[in-house]
Each structure stands twice: as structure tokens, then as C-alpha cells.
Design a protein around this ligand. Structure first.
Ligand SMILES: NC(=O)C1=CN([C@@H]2O[C@H](COP(=O)(O)OP(=O)(O)OC[C@H]3O[C@@H](n4cnc5c(N)ncnc54)[C@H](OP(=O)(O)O)[C@@H]3O)[C@@H](O)[C@H]2O)C=CC1
Ligand SMILES: CC(=O)[C@H](N)C(=O)O
Length: 255
């Protein structure tokens, strides 16, 4: 399995945008013959398998925040030597709340999953990526400026954006593109966990985008080799503001 056809590896495939990436890639990329779908909830991955239009599917029910999860993926890669055409790193989570007011493992867990796991998955998959391969990293508009009350999450996404842009330059010689996806709030199960301590702000609730549209735009941007994908004029405008206005001024509005 894996040696003959092109493979797409998608983490965070059990819900939200990761799941949507799998469905849209299956619909629009006939050259992808096999999917490796990764997340902790096996039953969700099994349910997704039914939607992947008869492609070969490898289900990897792994916790990527743990080294065992990364090791298992690395072993599967070494055994099967897949030709990876698309890697989507969508596994991630965020918890709204102030440092010191939430459990320590909730704070550091965001770093473990959003930064460490994403870096590790990218690192171990790179040797198997084909020329013209695409790496799609779920960052966020939260990467554009610090967010008091969502500090670790926003910092973790700044890491993803910075890492992905530099990686894109490193890989240019191999013909592999890297796209950091930076949407504003998107209506997914993300907020079930995010609201563990505090509710999401009203302005975010009112501006939530649809996951299918964000993912469609991200796939178009990745196809064009764009380093950053921002869905919607609101977030495009916010990105420009965040580039030009002083951070201390901007932070007055997200307290
Ligand atoms: N929703 C939003 O507003 C936005 C989200 N993003 C980012 O997009 C990405 C996807 O989020 P979204 O689809 O909204 O959220 P969801 O909560 O719907 O999906 C998150 C996915 O990550 C997986 N995941 C979480 N932790 C782990 C882990 N330790 N090991 C393996 N898989 C894990 C979950 O699977 P399981 O629980 O089965 O392990 C799930 O499949 C995240 O990185 C998020 O930060 C970016 C901008 C906006
Ligand atoms: C959850 C997100 O990443 C979103 N962009 C936000 O800032 O709330």
C-alpha cells in the first residue's frame, strides 16, 4: 500500500476543517489515490472513510501531542514509504482564558499540539514528499497579533505562520509549496473546547465563516503556491491593519 499512488496525509481529520480538507481533496484531486487520516477519535475517522469516494484509506487514531503518536506515524511512514503529495496539518485546539486561571496542561497542551506536533509531523513527513507537493498548515488570523485572553493560542499560531513561511523558502528548491491558512473564526467544534472556561467574544460569534468555504479558498491558494491563505475581506482587512497599526493600540480592542 502507498508505494504506487499519491497520498494525502491529513491530521485533525475527525472534525471541522481537517475533515473538510479530506472531503474536498477526495472530490477535486483525482491524482490522490490514498488518504492517511489522523486524529484521536477513531470512530469519526471511520465515518469519514465512507465519504472519501472509494479511495484507499489508512486510519491512524493517534494522539499527536504525545511522542508515542508521532513515533507511530513515523514508523508507518518508514514501513510504507508513501509518495506524499499533500500534507495538511489541521490538528489543533485553543482554550479561551487568562494564563494562571486555567489548568497548566491546558496552556501547555496548546503548545504541544499546535506547535510541537505540527513541527514533528512536518519533519517526519518531508522525506516522503514528492516534487510539486503541497504542505498546508492551519495557522489562524490569531497569528497576526497577540490576543490577551487567548494568549497562548495566538502565540502558537504566530509560530505556525512564521515556521511555515520560512519552511516554504527552504523547500522552494524541491518544488514543494507551503501554505499557512489564517482564517478568522470558523464555525466548527473548535469552540466546544475553546469555551471550557470563558465564552467566545460576541464579535467573533457574529463573524464566523463556513468551514467548507475556508477550506476551498485554502486549496485554491495552495494550488497557486501562495504562502498565506486568508479567507474573506474582513480578515484580509484585519491582516493589513495588524501590519501597520501599533500592537499596543490593537490590543485595546481585544481585551
Ligand atoms: N475554528 C476556528 O475558528 C479556527 C480554527 N483554526 C485552526 O484550524 C485547525 C482545525 O480547527 P477546527 O477544524 O476549527 O477545529 P475542530 O475542533 O473541529 O478540529 C480539530 C481537530 O484536531 C484534532 N486534534 C486535536 N488535538 C489532537 C491531538 N492531540 N492529536 C491528534 N489530533 C488532535 C481533533 O481530533 P480528535 O479530537 O479526534 O483528536 C480534530 O480532528 C486548528 O489548528 C485550529 O487552531 C484556525 C483558525 C480559526
Ligand atoms: C479560533 C481562531 O483561530 C480565530 N481566528 C480567532 O482568532 O478566534
Amino acid at each position: 500500500m502507498g508505494k504506487k499512488g499519491n497520498v494525502a496525509i491529513i491530521t485533525g481529520a475527525s472534525s471541522g476543517m481537517g475533515r473538510e480538507f479530506a472531503v474536498q481533496i477526495a472530490q477535486n484531486y483525482p491524482s490522490i489515490h490514498e488518504f492517511w487520516i489522523v486524529a484521536r477519535r477513531r470512530e469519526r475517522l471511520e465515518e469519514l472513510q465512507e465519504k472519501l469516494l472509494g479511495r484507499r484509506v489508512k486510519i491512524l487514531a493517534l494522539d499527536l501531542s504525545r511522542q508515542e503518536g508521532i513515533d507511530t506515524l513515523e514508523k508507518a511512514l518508514a514501513e510504507e514509504q508513501p509518495r506524499v503529495r499533500i500534507l495538511v496539518n489541521a490538528a489543533g485546539f485553543g482554550i479561551i482564558g487568562k494564563i494562571g486561571k486555567m489548568k497548566e496542561e491546558d496552556c501547555t497542551g496548546m503548545v504541544d499540539t499546535n506547535c510541537r506536533a505540527l513541527t514533528a509531523v512536518t519533519h517526519i513527513t518531508l522525506p516522503y514528499m514528492t516534487e510539486q507537493g503541497q504542505i498546508i498548515q492551519m495557522a489562524s488570523s490569531a497569528a497576526f497579533m497577540p490576543q490577551p485572553g487567548f494568549a497562548v493560542y495566538a502565540a502558537s499560531k504566530s509560530y505556525v505562520l512564521s515556521f511555515s513561511r520560512a519552511l516554504g523558502r527552504e523547500l522552494a528548491g524541491r518544488g514543494i509549496t507551503v501554505t499557512a491558512v489564517c482564517p478568522g473564526p470558523v464555525k466548527t467544534e473548535f469552540f466546544d473546547i475553546a469555551e471550557t472556561y470563558e465564552a467566545v467574544k460576541l464579535y467573533k460569534k457574529l463573524t464566523m465563516a463556513r468551514a467548507d468555504r475556508v477550506v476551498y479558498q485554502a486549496l485554491v491558494d495552495a494550488k497557486h503556491g501562495r504562502s498565506v491563505s486568508v479567507y474573506g475581506s474582513l480578515m484580509k482587512g484585519f491582516r493589513i491593519l495588524a501590519k501597520f497599526l501599533p500592537v499596543d493600540f490593537l490590543m485595546l480592542f481585544v481585551k
